[in-house]
Each structure stands twice: as C-alpha cells, then as structure tokens.
Design a protein around this ligand. Sequence first.
Ligand SMILES: [Zn+2]
Length: 132
Amino acid sequence: MGLDDEMVRMLVAYGSVVRVRQGWYALPHADPDAIRACRFGGRLACASALRFHGEPVEDDGVLHIEMPANAVGRALEGGRHSVRAHWPRHPSGGNRAVVDADAAWRQWERCVHGNHRRLARGGRIEGGEIER
Ligand SMILES: [Zn+2]
C-alpha cells in the first residue's frame, strides 16, 4: 500500500481500514465473508464465491474457502458458520480475495455432489471439515 506502519495503525484506529491478518488490510465495506476467508489464509471459493459474484446459489451456512496448495493447516473455526476448505492442486483464477465465477461453479459442482455421496453413506457434514 505504500504506507508506513504508523499511518496504517492510525487508519485502523479510525476505522478507515480493517486489519485482516498480518500485512493484509481491507476497506471497511469489504465483504465480511471474504475477510473471514483471508483470515483463514485462503480466498472465498465455491458457493461462497458464487454468492459474492451474485450468482443464484442458496446460502448453505457454510463458508467455502480455497486454500493455497502449500498452506499449512490452520484451525478452521467457523464461528456461527461451518467452514469447508478446498485444496486445489493448482490455484484457481480470480483475485487475492475471491476465486472467479468459472472456478467457483466447478468447485461447487464437485462440492455439492461430494456432499450427497457422503450423506448417502450416513456421513455428517461438520464444521472445520477439510477436503483434500
Ligand atoms: Zn465447497
């Protein structure tokens, strides 16, 4: 951003920017789900990215995030939402906060069908589940 630490601290104190995680800041009106995804070390993905892009996808109460392939596992505590992490072999298109709509649709297809398979076997979808 080209601002020194003192300036950044002032902007955070005045609420002009929100600290996301170390070295990452967002504007106050940034999408709260995107901020949460970044806090986990990932980006908005799958159904969450589709909603972000304005696609007609129902809110399943799960925050879907794409983790970088080399990410170390972080504790995925979802708060009131559960969190599902996607770990692609190659990073999807998009920007640093959210994958693009094409990638999100592909992830969602696999995610939805995967859930059905797990449910059919009597599995339960739980918060913090990690898909590899
Ligand atoms: Zn998903």
